[in-house]
Design a protein around this ligand. Structure first.
Ligand code: SAM
Length: 356
């Protein structure tokens, strides 16, 4: 995939414009600090979720990144160490589907040595097989995407004819391997799977796992997003609360993406991720590293900052550190706060490439 990446000369000018980083928490132009790093380890996926990698676009002719274009585990680990030196406390591996990349457990053990929390987001299809070795490698937690418990709806949404039962086996294997509580992500699309909100809540109530209902977002440029398809989180909370009363719970930490709600009867908690109706840009602490080594400060970005040519061009850790610091310090995006029907149709980077 050819993405717009800011070339070196422009970036150097940006670096010159950024205040010199002298240590301490790294803040951007809106006072946000960098705490969380998402790393996309592959742009490939074995699902073709209609809202993420529609088959009409990501078909047999689609050009995924060749192997030599993607960062090696050693390159990722080196960058991760530099990020940790800049204040990153949590690393999430994602994609594409991270578990289709061979030996991801080896990368996890390399990242675990940095003494930060290491998590992974997966569609769960390969989790039953891999959960044990991921946990042994030091994975701290896992998030599994599961959009419906109704087999026909799920198979249609993943567009790979993949059954619900196998994802549930993956969740159970992760739990047995010590990765509980598992977070279970359901992207809610009106008229597609919203009829299954209560089933999903009921299935995981009392299990210790946490379902998170995600508003369908206008990421990328291929998923045909329309505001009418979004089910606002407030409606999700209302629909569940009418059945089992919910009450809000405070965030676990500043910048937490999901709003937390708990069942008054002690049945556990759910989360809602409301990027569309209640933007959380003002507390965003996330940096994203794409599969081919470009930095993105926003999920809805139109361009990234190339780090790979620094890495492969012999730059020192300090040069790379200064580059990353400059990108963060100059950050001023707040896409979800200024979203309109015009911005939603702009050419944006695909989520499978940048990492969800
Ligand atoms: N393949 C992995 C998975 O399925 O979890 C990781 C990558 S996937 C892009 C990460 C998350 O982004 C998934 O939970 C997916 O459902 C969510 N996602 C993808 N496109 C989305 C969209 N348009 N709106 C909301 N969430 C989306």
């Amino acid at each position: 995939m050819v993405m717009k990446v800011i070339p070196l000369q422009v970036r150097s000018a940006a670096r010159a414009a950024a205040p010199r980083f002298v240590g301490g928490p790294l803040a951007d132009t809106r006072g946000r600090t960098m705490r969380d790093l998402r790393i996309s380890v592959t742009d490939r996926c074995n699902f073709r979720c209609t809202y993420c990698m529609p088959r009409e676009v990501f078909d047999a002719g689609y050009k995924f990144l060749p192997h030599d274009a993607i960062l090696s585990f050693e390159e990722i680990a080196r960058l991760a160490r530099i990020f940790v030196g800049l204040g990153v406390e949590k690393i999430r591996l994602t994609g594409g589907e991270p578990l289709v990349r061979r030996d991801v457990d080896r990368l996890i053990s390399m990242l675990q040595a940095l003494k930060v929390e290491v998590t992974l987001t997966t569609n769960g299809s390969l989790l039953a097989k891999q959960a044990g070795k991921l946990a042994r490698a030091g994975l701290n937690r896992v998030t599994v995407s599961l959009d419906s418990l109704d087999d026909a709806t799920f198979r249609a949404m993943n567009d790979a004819d993949f059954p619900v039962a196998k994802v549930i086996q993956g969740i159970e294997a992760a739990s047995a391997a010590g990765l509980a509580p598992v977070k279970i992500n359901m992207v809610v699309k009106r008229g597609v799977n919203d009829a299954g909100i209560l089933d999903m809540a009921e299935r995981w109530r009392g299990s210790g796992h946490i379902v998170r209902f995600i508003e369908f977002m206008d990421v990328g440029s291929t998923n045909g997003w329309r505001m009418d398809d979004v089910v606002p989180s407030a409606e999700v909370v209302r629909r569940i609360s009418e059945r089992w009363k919910l009450e809000p719970v405070g965030a676990n930490y500043a910048g937490e993406v999901a709003g937390r709600w708990r069942y008054v009867d002690g049945g556990g908690e759910i989360g809602v991720i409301s990027s569309v109706t209640q933007a959380f840009c003002s507390t965003c602490n996330r940096m994203r590293l794409s599969t081919e080594g470009s930095l993105y400060t926003c999920l809805f970005a139109q361009s990234g900052h190339d780090l790979k040519s620094l890495l492969r061009g012999g730059a020192s850790d300090e040069e790379i550190r200064n580059e990353i610091a400059a990108v963060w310090q100059l950050r001023d995006d707040r896409y979800s706060e200024i979203r309109t029907s015009q911005t939603s149709s702009a050419k944006k980077v695909e989520m499978s490439y940048i990492g969800g």
